[in-house]
Ligand binder design. Structure first.
Ligand SMILES: Cc1cc2nc3c(=O)[nH]c(=O)nc-3n(C[C@H](O)[C@H](O)[C@H](O)COP(=O)(O)OP(=O)(O)OC[C@H]3O[C@@H](n4cnc5c(N)ncnc54)[C@H](O)[C@@H]3O)c2cc1C
Length: 286
């Protein structure tokens, strides 16, 4: 029986699992995620922060999906290494899982800048549900919140928190004013102050702003550190051909972590779903 391991339990990983199971009823499929949740609609997490939806509305696939498709799900398991000779993925606790075919669907995560104090509690790399739940818990006791960035997600986060009548300092430009949000430009953070918890940020001009939450919704980087030490070819992303094959015959990559060589890279929920849905035909016809 073929053993297929999918690292990633989100749009790309789920659609890959579905398309494989649609063709191969026998293969042993295992999905691995470093998050503690069943698959959820990551692109909607800001709606939860805004209070427009409940947590259950984020559901993408429930436990029945995994049961009915005989998919083994390993949650809170971070893959930190690949051994391609032994066809093994190694977890943080050094336990490992063997595969015949490997699908990498690990998406992208915020890369925090190397600033003094960046490890303090209250500094948030906004990647998904875990961080949004932390914000929902902690915003009611926050006086001022710093949001770093000027992309769509950063501006949305600033707008949502500003609307909750909490003072927001956005370290980035705004095209048009947002009530409750002060944009500060050309003055990046030089240090995060506080003991174990963030209490304030020092800016490049030495000005100190009190803040118990410092949120980084960007910049995102593909989650492929564990791939970089292997012979799998990568640039910023993992290189794949138009059938999502890497240069290693038994390794595939889909979704936000993968890039078609020589083409403009598109990230996003729909494109991740599309990538994954191609895999059944490719893997099962090998
Ligand atoms: C706040 C926010 C708002 C967004 N808004 C939109 C939007 O409006 N429209 C849109 O199209 N997209 C949006 N996106 C982006 C969209 O969610 C992603 O493009 C999409 O989720 C990518 O799917 P993916 O399956 O490739 O990766 P992801 O959804 O990132 O999933 C990656 C999976 O891999 C797992 N993983 C990662 N590394 C490891 C590891 N080392 N070991 C084990 N497991 C690992 C993770 O736990 C997760 O299960 C938003 C994202 C965020 C965070």
């Amino acid at each position: 029986m073929k053993k297929i391991v999918i690292i990633g339990n989100s749009a790309a990983g789920i659609s890959a699992a579905e398309s494989i199971r649609g063709i191969d009823k026998e293969a042993k499929i295992t999905m691995v995620s470093d998050e503690p949740y069943l698959a959820y609609q990551r692109y909607k997490v800001l709606d939860l922060l805004e209070g427009k939806i409940k947590e259950r509305d984020l559901n993408f696939r429930n436990q029945d999906f995994y049961n009915n498709n005989s998919i083994e799900l390993m949650l809170e398991r971070e893959v930190v290494e690949l051994n391609l000779n032994k066809k093994k993925a190694v977890f943080k606790d050094r336990d490992s899982i063997e595969f015949d075919e490997l699908v990498i669907a690990t998406g992208s995560k915020v890369k925090l800048p190397a600033l003094k104090g960046i490890q303090k509690e209250g500094v948030v790399a906004l990647n998904g549900l875990k961080e949004v739940k932390f914000l929902i818990e902690n915003l009611p006791i926050a006086h001022t919140v710093v949001v770093v960035g000027c992309g769509t997600t950063a501006i949305n986060v600033a707008r949502i928190i500003g609307a909750k009548k909490i003072e927001v300092k956005l370290l980035g430009a705004l095209n048009e004013p947002i009530e409750g949000v002060e944009a500060i430009i050309n003055n990046p953070i030089s240090e995060i102050l506080g003991d174990s918890e963030a209490k304030a940020v020092r800016l490049a001009n030495n000005k100190v702003i009190g803040a118990s939450l410092v949120i980084f919704p960007e910049p995102k980087q593909p989650s492929i550190d564990f791939v970089r030490e292997t012979e799998i070819k990568c640039g910023n992303f993992i290189f794949v051909d138009n059938q999502m094959r890497t240069n290693i015959p038994f390794v595939f990559a889909v979704g936000d972590c993968a890039e078609f060589s020589g083409q403009v890279k598109y990230c996003g929920w729909e494109s991740a779903l599309k990538h994954g849905s191609m895999l059944g035909g490719v893997i099962c016809q090998k």
